[in-house]
Design a protein around this ligand. Structure first.
Ligand code: PMP
Length: 373
């Protein structure tokens, strides 16, 4: 009733582009097996819990003051982590962080998008991208990926030429497909973007970068030669810190400087900075866990293929599989057995996050029953 406009209750002046829209988000259901939002199934170890708690205690003593606006210590720790993780040496001025990589990418659109400009990506891909565009009044264009979810470099170049975007968003590994782009495709996009007269920033979203298979490169390796490249990462997946909301990116110092202009002052709380730094100090232990998840993922891909299903190659901590005539019925059947996965991707496909061995087994058992495999 309160939602209904009445003469004494004028309608709210909603921006026309958000009238009638629902907030983005997967169902948050309390079920035994939650494999729907690509979280890390392992909670922080007791050692991480103790160090994070101690760091938060210390940070709390200074909460009467605003935090370090430029989070220099965190930038140094992130640079040290990326050197170990991908062998790429970066200066702290090349790092940026925010409350989840969602906010990092919103900052990118705030700085490089805007009215009269266009952001471009290739479907199927992460469904938040059009929301960053909408919320910054940036135009939105979706090119297409091939049947196997790869991106044809010539097709990508032609789409970029046609629309002359100021931002290109490339998720690699991509969500919801799990597929990663070869360096040659990213290089083709970077080259075409560099030809756009007004300039164009290419964002490679590596939210799932740590899960990439051996031999799959990181776009971090391309940063040195490409001042219009930004590589986005997150602590939500590999670090198992989705609840802490820490995302970051690496780029040339001039690109990072532009993001400093659009961020809200003190956007990264002192508590967030302390949590992130304490967790980064445990990256060795956490990366061992990523290795276990990768193996679990490869085994799950194999298991699904052995049962005759189509499975997209996965460099991520989730697997897209199909195809089913009635994927909604299958999704519902799994849910009734306590297994929550995601109904997302092209028609007929479903996505499941890689869980603990116990969770994966529950998923397999339920799938065998419901799909009659
Ligand atoms: N990019 C991709 C491709 C994602 O799948 C996600 C999370 N689902 C994000 C970015 C954002 O994650 P966060 O804000 O937690 O860093």
């Amino acid at each position: 009733d309160l939602d209904r406009p009445a003469p004494d209750r004028p309608a709210l002046p909603l921006r026309p582009e958000i009238v009638g829209l629902e907030p983005y988000g997967a169902p948050q259901l309390d079920v035994p097996y939650r494999l729907n939002v690509n979280e890390n199934p392992y909670p922080p170890s007791e050692a991480v819990v103790a160090d994070v708690a101690a760091a938060v205690t210390e940070a709390t003593r200074g909460l009467n003051r605003y935090p370090d606006r430029d989070f220099l210590a965190l930038r140094e720790d992130l640079a040290a982590y990326l050197l170990v993780e991908s062998g790429v040496r970066l200066a702290p001025e090349q790092l940026w962080a925010a409350n989840g990589s969602n906010e990092v990418m919103l900052h990118l659109l705030q700085a490089f998008g805007g009215p009269g400009r266009t952001a471009l990506s290739f479907a199927p891909t992460y469904s938040m991208y059009p929301e960053y565009a909408r919320d910054t009044s940036t135009g939105w264009v979706l090119g297409r990926r091939e049947e196997d979810f790869s991106l044809d470099p010539d097709e990508a170049r032609a789409t970029i030429r046609r629309h002359a975007p100021s931002v290109v968003l490339l998720a690699s590994p991509n969500n919801p497909t799990g597929t990663a782009l070869p360096a040659s495709t990213v290089l083709a996009v970077l080259d075409e973007a560099a030809r756009i007269p007004g300039g164009c920033v290419v964002v490679v979203d590596e939210a799932y970068g740590e899960f990439r298979r051996r031999g799959t490169p990181s776009a971090l390796e391309l940063l040195a030669d490409h001042p219009h490249l930004a590589v986005s990462r997150t602590m939500s997946k590999a670090f198992g810190l989705a609840g802490a909301r820490v995302g970051y990116l690496a780029a040339a110092p001039a690109l990072v400087d532009a993001l400093r202009v659009v961020r809200l002052p003190y956007h990264l709380s002192g508590v967030t900075q302390a949590v992130a730094r304490a967790a980064l100090a445990h990256s060795g232990e956490l990366m061992a866990q990523v290795g276990a998840l990768r193996e679990e993922r490869d085994a799950l891909v194999g298991w699904l293929r052995e049962r005759g299903l189509q499975v997209a190659d996965s460099d991520a901590n989730f697997v897209l599989f199909g195809t089913f005539d009635d994927r909604s019925a299958l999704w519902q059947g799994l849910l009734e057995r306590g297994v929550l996965i995601r109904e997302v991707g092209p028609p007929g496909w479903l996505r499941v996050s890689v869980g603990t061995p116990h969770e994966t087994q529950a998923f397999k058992d339920a799938l065998v029953e419901v799909a009659g495999l």
